[in-house]
Design a protein around this ligand. Structure first.
Ligand SMILES: Cc1cc2nc3c(=O)[nH]c(=O)nc-3n(C[C@H](O)[C@H](O)[C@H](O)COP(=O)(O)OP(=O)(O)OC[C@H]3O[C@@H](n4cnc5c(N)ncnc54)[C@H](O)[C@@H]3O)c2cc1C
Length: 254
């Protein structure tokens, strides 16, 4: 037996990368269909929830909605909101109940097609050990999409006297220095930054030429953004308002 838990000569039906909701859900259906499979997880079951959430975190989806296939919520509080450890406990029960073949602490480092194209070669690594291989006819990448914090480049313009922290590393209010807190909530889909820069630069130049100054500059620029981006700036602002309202509600209920 190799340390990824799979005999290196066996060709499995499926390797699943990641033991979050997606990976566990797929594993359930493969288990039901009696497929030979393994779920390889670099950390713990539900690692994203354990590593990237803060102490006072609560899900914003009610308990009954977090159920995985074949395992409905049966607790006393279907309309309540779990903490992340409660959700992960549910994941662990799921794995145990269905005996899903999850191997934790195993990083998948590459997936390649075999020369004859009949299967994939999945290379795995465990800290401090040699790489191992798993052979499989199919591979499901359920590795998640929120592992790399995206921080806007202009964060470097903010003076060092102001502490900056991404939610991925934030754990508790006790870590914050005394004083006010600004919560930035950038959009996933932003306006094209080049277009934004161009309209802003040209708009500021036009404001100077037309003698517009002081508080008249903002409405002038907003109007200009609206007309010079074909309405995209307005659509982005509407998305921003909606996201901010959602975030404010989350903070209020935290
Ligand atoms: C702050 C925040 C709050 C959220 N709140 C909610 C909420 O209240 N309700 C809700 O429904 N959703 C919420 N979400 C979204 C939710 O977290 C995701 O939709 C969900 O985690 C996606 O599940 P997944 O299985 O696709 O990915 P993940 O949960 O990210 O799982 C991917 C797994 O793959 C593993 N992995 C990655 N790369 C490798 C590798 N190379 N080898 C082995 N393993 C690997 C990771 O360790 C991880 O365990 C929230 C997200 C964030 C960021």
């Amino acid at each position: 037996m190799m340390n990824n838990g799979v005999d290196g000569m066996t060709i499995l039906d499926t390797v699943i990368v990641g033991a979050g909701q997606a990976g566990l859900g797929v594993s359930y259906y493969l288990h039901r269909d009696r497929r030979q499979q393994v779920v390889l997880e670099r950390g713990r079951i539900g690692e994203s929830w354990l590593a990237q959430r803060w102490d006072s975190f609560k899900l914003n989806t009610p308990n009954f909605m977090n159920a995985l296939p074949g395992f409905p919520y049966k607790g006393p509080d279907p309309d309540g909101f779990w903490r992340q450890d409660e959700l992960v406990h549910y994941f662990q029960q799921y794995v145990e109940y269905f005996q899903l073949p999850v191997r934790t602490g195993i990083m998948v480092v590459s997936v390649e097609r075999a020369m004859d194209e009949s299967h994939f070669i999945v290379t795995t690594r465990v800290d401090g050990q040699e790489e191992e291989f798993v052979l499989s006819r199919s591979v499901v990448i359920a590795a998640g999409i929120q592992h790399t914090p995206r921080i806007p480049p202009h964060h470097s313009l903010i003076p060092d006297t102001i502490t900056q922290m991404h939610t991925a590393s934030y754990r508790s209010a006790a870590e914050l220095p005394p004083g006010a807190v600004v919560v930035a909530n950038p959009l996933d889909e932003q306006m094209d930054p080049d277009l934004h820069e161009r309209v802003l630069r040209d708009g500021l130049a036009a404001a100077t030429v037309e003698g517009i100054s002081g508080r008249d500059v903002t409405p002038f620029l907003l109007e200009r953004f609206h007309t010079h981006t074909d309405g995209e700036s307005l659509r982005a602002n509407v998305r921003l308002v909606l996201r901010n309202a959602a975030l404010a509600a989350e903070i209020a209920a935290a």
